[in-house]
Design a protein around this ligand. Sequence first.
Ligand code: NI
Length: 628
Amino acid sequence: MHPLDPLGREELDRAVQIIRDQMNLPPDALFEQVRLKEPCKSAVNAFNSGNPSDITREAFAVVLDRSADEVCEIVVSLDENKITSRELIPGVRISFLSEESAEFRKIICEHPDFLAALERRGISDPEQVLVEGFAVANLAESDEKHLRHTRAHCFFREHPEDNAYARPIEGLVPVVDLNNRKVLRIEDNGVVPLPPDRGDYRSDRLDTRPPLAPLEITQPDGPDFRVNGYAVEWLNWRFHVGFTPKEGLVLHTLSFHDGEIDRPVVYRASLSELVVPYGDTAGDHYMNHSFDLGETIFGKQVNSLKLGCDCLGEIYYFDFDQVDELGNPLDLSQIVCMHEEDYGVLWKHTDAHTQRSEVRRSRRLVVSSFFTIGNYDYGIFWYLYLDGTIEFEAKLTGTLYLRAITEGEPTPYGSLVAPGVNGMVHEHYFNIRLDMSVDGDANTVVEMQADRVPSGPDNPHGNAHGVSESVITSESEGARNAAPKDSRFWKIENRSRSNRLGWHPAYKLMPGPNVAPMHQPGSPFMRRAGFVEHDLWVTAYDPDELHAPGQYVNQSECGPGLPQWIEKDRNLVDADVVLWHTVGVLHLPRPEDFPVMPVEYTGFMLKPFGFFERNPAIDLAPPLCRKP
Ligand code: NI
């Protein structure tokens, strides 16, 4: 067993039972999450370097006693079968859990005001209504802020197979106290006609084209990776696959085998938060900004993947055991997919004098999961390449979140994507936490950018330009922005080592396209999501800082989070540093995004920068060329 192996079924069941027995919880207490409490870095690093000490197994759980309105963080020793730590966390609210939606849907659908509101819209059967809980953010009524509650939005489905989100029942907002399980009120802000288009996308409801020509990806000798539990070896790469209820897919201890040794690069790579703020002002849509980790517990919304559909080729699937809201086993399998992909040419040169071509093909290892958060679906993809590159990519698909409008109504903060529906403008901000360990934990981040030299005695021909470097010395300098026209990037280097060229081994974080905040400074959203203000944050390592806007986001007013943490101004030179990269997409919906949007991509790369002394893929065997 590896110290980072996830809790198995028996360990999860035992942890839940110990918590139930020793805390005397009511049967309807909610388990927001139960997961491995990861051992400290030194224990993991000792294990990976072949000097394992005893592996301790501990579970971490967050539990809500709804009747007492108490949130408790609990650590269970699975070696000693006892609770070793329990801490009440005052003033916080756990995520909204999917099991609660069945509960509140029932009480909403029995409420006379709700039935009357449906009647005003010509809907007689509440079974045709999808009720979807939305977070109230920091915009609750002042006398309700203390209540853990939801404002639901409603959608009309004539048949159960209809697209659930194509026909919003605009203006109808049931407000429900989640802990006490009662309707606070049914808001009705006036009838807007139901959009006419059902937005069908299922193959059994559409005339589909003939199937595409078969495209088989086979590896007759099997793939190049080896899996031992959750530990993976793929060519030079070594890492450990993890999965948590909140973050979803996590990669641990990424290292590159170079010569005789494994050289660490990243200790832990994870999604820290995903938030989707909207720009429409109509009705209560100004409140829409969903934190998909902090409010919806992202990892539990993972899909079971299917061979040939989600993943093509020689696939290895990882299973992870999880528990549901009541601590019972969650039945999910094949939630992380791993395979190799051909990725075109990696390097090539044709000697024009001899006409000899040397070509090597690029291949990448793909580790991925898909998550469904209400209307949206997200793919979280990590790619490892033969030349030492690491890539993060998010895939955005699913159905739009729409507002029904009357005919001819202007849509300044959105676009007409189908008759009677406004595709409201919004952003998707991903924050990715990178606990770096380039050749060890003591790393330094250096901001690098193009340096233009003014014409003059130092630059008589006007061509001189180089690169300027500035060390990010402490957290007060830790909030950085991209500058694509200056080719700005960040180098994470280990200054205790040098290679024969004098380079300190380093990786560089290369930002991709991005978007600055669209909400105004000091606005309700920006008070909670300060992490979107900057493209990169650098902090000193703290194992409890895992989420850019803090651990408990549901109904939070503001912080804590990255803007607050960097006020500590901890040292970042030759330190255990963590990088937090915010990657945003502005989404002005198109008609082509209806009824389901084709995948949009966003992400970034980490590339070796003086980590190797030459192209680390120079020694690849040439591919077998076939005669034409
Ligand atoms: Ni979008």
